[in-house]
Structures are given as C-alpha cells and as structure tokens.
Design a binder for this molecule. Structure first.
Ligand code: FE2
Ligand code: FE2
Length: 279
C-alpha cells in the first residue's frame, strides 16, 4: 500500500568524529553541523503536524495509502531525529552550542499559544519538506557536495537525503487532501525560506566562531565556492526552490534526469549494508 520503508541506520558515532569531518573544510563541516542541530526539534514538529492533520482526514478507502504513507513518514522522521540527536551529542562534546533548537522551540510555542491551526502547521511542514527535498537531491546528485566527507558522515547524510526524497510528497499531499489552498501554501513557504536562510546563517557563524575558524580567509573562500562554485548551492537550488510557487506544483514532479527518486533508490540499493529495514 505504501512505498515508504523505515530503516535503522547502522552507523556508529559513539567514538566521535573529526571537527572538520567534511574533507578538512571548516565551513562545510560547520554548515552541515548547523543543519543537524535543527533536526531534532524541527522533525518533531513535522511529526506533530502530520499527526494532527491525520486526525482531520476522513477515514475513507481513497485515503488509505496517504494514511499508510503518513505512518511511514513519522517512522522515518523519528529515526532521523534519533540519529541526529546522537550526532548533536558529539557536537556538544566538541564545544559547539545548539542555539537553533531554542529559536525553533520558541516559535513552536508561540504558534501553540496563538492557536495556529493544523492546516497552517501542515503548510509550514510541506514548505520545509520541499527545501529539504531540494537539498537532499543535491546531496545525492552532485559528488562534490559530499564525496570528501568522512565515510560515516557521508553515509549518514546520504541516507537522510534518500529518505527525504522518498517521503517528499507526504506532508504536501496531506495538506492538499485537507483542502489547503495555494495562497497560504506560498505565504508559509516564503516565511520558511527567509527563516531557514537566517537560522542556517546565524548557527553556522556561531559554530565557526566557537571553532575558531570564523576569521580565516579559507573559511570564506570555502563559503563562496560552496554557494557560487561549480555545482554551487545558488546555481543548483534556486530553480527547484522556485518551482514551489507554481500553482500546479507537486513534489513528485522531476526536474532533472536521472530523477531524484531514481538516485535515492540506487543509493539505498548500493548501501543496503549500512542500514536495517524496520518496517
Ligand atoms: Fe528527516
Ligand atoms: Fe522529511
């Protein structure tokens, strides 16, 4: 009924990893560390929003697949939360401080006290899921994004990317099935884009500062090539990110060949020894 699989990643981070695990590159290491810091709180809020949305979905046979997909979505995101929690424990040991989780928690609490409705929360989740899917696609498509990373970290990030690609449409489909409209979908997407850029920048800068690499020329050169170099984020992500503004957008539309779903499937097949299927 559902195409989604929940997997347990068999990567051991208990002995820690290098501060500059991304090919000795402080900028790339601290940028991805920043993203990891956002996941436990962020992915829990995604889980909560689809759970709440599911309560509003009529229990009819035509929604059976979507219901099953949501259950698997929750399983995948829960595993990501867990693994990134272990990852973040190591970052704390390295002296980094996770501010992003507090910024996110404050906003979630604000939403709760101001009674932001379930459809709005789902629109926010769908927006984050699109950003995640775009970055996930790059992680699997462009070798330069992760080839230089330490093998365990490369496996962790590409496993997460493969599952994000697999479940990229679930929150969006639930939003649509509950009657979510275009206007609020794009309004929340704009909000998420601004917030994400701001949070990622702030947390990366704070990580670099703690890492004592903020004021090194090499750090800024790396940031520039990361964004504007060959297969840089700006060139590769702008167009797919803008697709979300189309009225007829759906996350399963494939912009590039080979398709993102194909890349994810191939990676999972080639790395079957790195995880165990849970359900
Ligand atoms: Fe995830
Ligand atoms: Fe996700």
């Amino acid at each position: 009924m559902t195409q989604l699989t929940v997997r347990k990643l068999e990567v051991d981070l208990s002995q820690g990893f290098d501060r500059h695990w991304h090919g000795g590159d402080p900028f790339r290491s601290q940028y991805y560390n920043a993203l990891s810091m956002s996941f436990p709180v962020g992915e829990q809020s995604f889980i909560d929003s689809v759970r709440e949305g599911l309560l509003l979905l009529p229990d009819t046979p035509d929604h059976a697949t979507l219901r099953a997909d949501v259950a698997q979505f929750i399983g995948q995101e829960a595993t990501h939360r867990h693994v990134h929690g272990l990852y973040n424990d190591q970052l704390e040991k390295q002296g980094l401080v996770n501010h992003w989780q507090h910024w996110a928690t404050k906003r979630i609490e604000y939403g709760r006290t101001h009674k932001v409705g379930p459809l709005h929360l789902l629109a926010i989740t769908a927006a984050y899921e699109h950003c995640t899917a775009v970055f996930a696609d790059g992680t699997l498509r462009y070798g330069s994004w992760f080839d230089a990373a330490e093998p365990r970290m490369r496996t962790l990030w590409r496993w997460h990317a493969a599952e994000e690609t697999e479940h990229r449409a679930v929150a969006f489909d639930l939003y649509q099935a509950l009657g979510g409209n275009y206007r609020w979908r794009v309004r929340w997407y704009l909000y998420v884009l601004v917030l994400f850029a701001m949070d990622a920048t702030r947390q990366t800068v704070l990580n670099l500062w703690r890492d004592d690499t903020l004021f090194k020329l090499g750090t800024w050169w790396s940031a520039a090539t990361f964004l504007l170099g060959r297969d840089g984020m700006v060139w590769r992500c702008t167009r797919p990110l803008l697709q979300y503004f189309r009225r007829d957008f759906h996350p399963d539309q494939e912009l590039l060949q080979p398709a993102a779903q194909t890349l994810a499937g191939e990676w999972l097949q080639a790395h079957a020894g790195s995880y165990r299927v849970v359900r």
